[in-house]
Design a protein around this ligand. Structure first.
Ligand SMILES: Nc1ncnc2c1ncn2[C@@H]1O[C@H](COP(=O)(O)OP(=O)(O)O)[C@@H](O)[C@H]1O
Ligand SMILES: [Mg+2]
Length: 155
């Protein structure tokens, strides 16, 4: 069974990537949507108990935040895949400024998450780990992140 964990600052393209790749197959667990950790945990437990595929669509900037999901998923015999959404603060601020209403997040939130960001590594326990770059306009480039920290495959 497949568990997917996203990592990326606000407006790095996570939810759009989910919609394009996982909408038909994976339940989306997102704090933006569920609002509280209590609700998030109940939905996560329901997925684990029923062996439902899911995506954790949160910023998950630190290894510590990711660890909880990795441990729970592995204990429930899931295969754990991570996607790291690489983006500059400047690009994220620009994409955020295009959003409206409740989708617009305060710029200080983006700076704050960027400051905390620890780029995920295979050593955290991911079975597969990928780096995602948004292409200009639309589309993505996806590269596997190799087990050596900080290195990733490029054509
Ligand atoms: N490949 C892309 N190229 C350009 N803009 C994109 C791309 N993917 C998403 N966006 C835009 O960037 C903004 C943030 O995307 P979103 O998926 O909501 O990010 P996140 O879930 O990480 O906060 C949205 O306005 C979205 O339309
Ligand atoms: Mg989102």
């Amino acid at each position: 069974m497949q568990a997917i964990i996203f990592c990326g600052i606000q407006a790095s393209g996570k939810s759009t990537f989910y919609k394009e790749l996982f909408f038909n197959t994976h339940v989306r667990i997102s704090l933006d949507l569920l609002r509280t950790r209590y609700r998030e945990n109940l939905f996560l437990q329901a997925c684990l108990k029923t062996q439902q595929r899911f995506v954790i669509d949160n910023t998950n900037p630190t290894a510590e935040e990711r660890r909880k999901y990795i441990e729970l998923a592995k204990a429930a015999r899931y295969e754990v895949t991570g996607y790291y959404f690489e983006t500059s603060v400047k690009e994220a601020l620009a994409r955020n400024s295009q959003r409206t209403g409740r989708f617009l997040v305060p710029d200080r939130g983006i700076y704050g998450t960027h400051k905390k960001l620890q780029i995920p590594t295979v050593a955290e326990g991911f079975d597969y780990l990928y780096l995602v770059r948004l292409k200009q306009g639309s589309g993505y480039e996806v590269y596997p992140i190799l087990s050596e920290p900080g290195s990733f495959w490029q054509p």
